[in-house]
Design a protein around this ligand. Structure first.
Ligand code: GUN
Ligand code: ZN
Length: 442
């Protein structure tokens, strides 16, 4: 068992932040040997229950759940900051050429390490990630994540049309490959597989049908795609699928709307789309830095709350501009303000934080497993330094409430705040330095 004494941030079942200024977090194996949270709460209430336990004291630090990135593209790590008029030219000029390189096993393997380093450096311990259309890119990502014992969910992109040579796949082979990858990776260690149609315009009806059949045959596998991001994209999807009620309904028509289905963006929706999200149990990955960068639009937080469908936050790197959950939360705050007609709703800092931790876990169907520090949750957590920069030290130093403290971190924070990351209980970032073996005396 390991124990840590510091400030402690977690969430109750309603998504309300619970903050202990002087807290205790106890980690230990569950009945299966998985390192989980055994106790979390105020030091004064809990310390007496663990007499003699060795406690690491972390004064002025905050223990918080590892962040969850609900939507990110592993092969777009080097695409960040590539400007274009909008989504479709950005895909054509930057994204597809970059992703074509992931056919090379060595390139994919090297980039998997870079990508996972970036996630951990920013305090992200769980991600739902697109690989490229090459099965080897999934093997590279999953193999590297397994080595770090990370909870990573990913899948091979399906795109059998309207895609250039180098990334376009073959309908039948793509489905055979997907099933083989599900069998190889889903449920191994902490890994999960996601059936990954890129977006309706890049998938033939036969490919979407096959994806839906796999989704029915493997009900605990995830589904991820994009929807209603950009107006040109929506017009294109409507032309290609004229019989569907809406762009989102295309996915429903092919059996791709259910729990564990995560759709990125969900910007240009009507209330029927929102009701379809709610009733099917699908969830939205809101990606505000990407939406602002590509000029896609503003997620309607009020609409989502009013109709009541699940949503959490994603970076959407490389359309997104940062791996940092702090930057994503700040961009979400700006987006929420833009669409706001009544004050307060989803803009509170604890609510933004929840959308990137426990709320994102709920969207994935992994509540109680990751994204929180309640007893039983897997021991993925970050040690945050609220005084990591001079300005942060000033601002957090006179924060009077938890909201003020969290807001200061969201507005001024970045990876400098993330001092240490524990994955399944093990300090994994910064990479622990291994002492060179001592030479025996001659
Ligand atoms: N729609 C289809 N592919 C993509 C992608 O790679 N990024 C984003 N943001 N939208 C997409
Ligand atoms: Zn995306």
């Amino acid at each position: 068992m390991q124990a840590f004494r510091a400030a402690l941030l977690r969430f109750d079942d309603h998504g309300t932040a619970v903050f202990d200024e002087d807290g205790l977090l106890v980690i230990g194996p569950d009945a299966h040997g998985t390192p989980v949270v055994r106790a979390a709460g105020a030091w004064s209430a809990l310390a007496g229950n663990f007499p003699g336990i060795a406690v690491e004291h972390l004064p002025d630090r905050i223990l918080a759940p590892g962040f969850i990135d609900l939507h990110v593209h592993f092969p777009q790590t080097d695409v960040i900051g590539s400007p274009a008029d909008g989504l479709l030219p950005w895909l054509e000029h930057y994204t597809f050429p970059h992703e074509s390189r992931f056919a090379e096993v060595a390139h994919a393997a090297g980039m998997a390490e870079v990508f996972l380093d970036e996630l951990l450096r920013h305090g992200v311990t769980t991600a739902l990630a697109f690989a490229s259309s090459h099965p080897a890119s999934v093997d590279a990502l999953m193999g590297a994540a397994a080595q770090r014992n990370m909870r990573l969910i990913g899948g091979k992109v399906l795109q059998d049309r309207h895609s250039p040579d180098g990334v376009r796949d073959d309908t039948e082979q793509s489905l055979i490959d997907t099933e083989a990858l599900i069998r190889r990776w889903h449920g191994q260690k902490r890994l999960g597989y996601a059936i990954t149609p890129r977006f309706a315009p890049s998938c033939s009806p036969a490919q979407l049908r096959g994806a839906g059949e796999l989704a029915a045959r493997y009900p605990d596998v995830w589904i991820q795609s994009h929807v209603a991001e950009n107006r040109d994209e929506i017009l294109w999807a409507r032309e290609l699928f004229p019989d569907a009620r809406s762009y989102l309904a295309v996915y429903d028509d092919f059996g791709l709307m259910r729990g564990r289905a995560i759709y990125a963006h969900c910007i240009h929706f009507d209330d029927d789309d929102r009701a379809l999200m709610r009733d099917s149990g699908a969830a939205a990955a809101v990606c505000p830095t990407s939406n602002l960068f590509l000029g896609s639009g503003f997620f309607d937080y009020e609409g989502a709350e009013r109709v009541g469908f699940r949503h959490g936050l994603g970076s959407d790197v490389g359309g997104g501009t940062s791996f940092s959950p702090f930057h994503t939360m700040l961009a979400a705050y700006y987006v929420g303000r833009e669409g706001q007609t009544k004050p307060g709703l989803s803009l509170a800092p604890a609510r933004l934080w929840w959308q990137h931790t426990a709320g994102a876990a709920k969207a994935l169907g992994l509540d109680g497993v990751v994204g929180n520090l309640q007893p039983g949750c897997e021991a993925d957590f970050v040690v945050l330094n609220p005084r990591a920069t001079p300005l942060l030290a000033r601002r957090t130093g006179h924060a009077r409430t938890v909201d003020e403290l969290l807001f200061a971190l969201i507005v001024l924070g970045d990876e400098r705040v993330v001092e240490r990351v524990h994955v399944a209980g093990v300090p994994t970032w910064p990479t622990p330095t291994i002492e060179p073996p001592r030479r025996a005396a001659a």
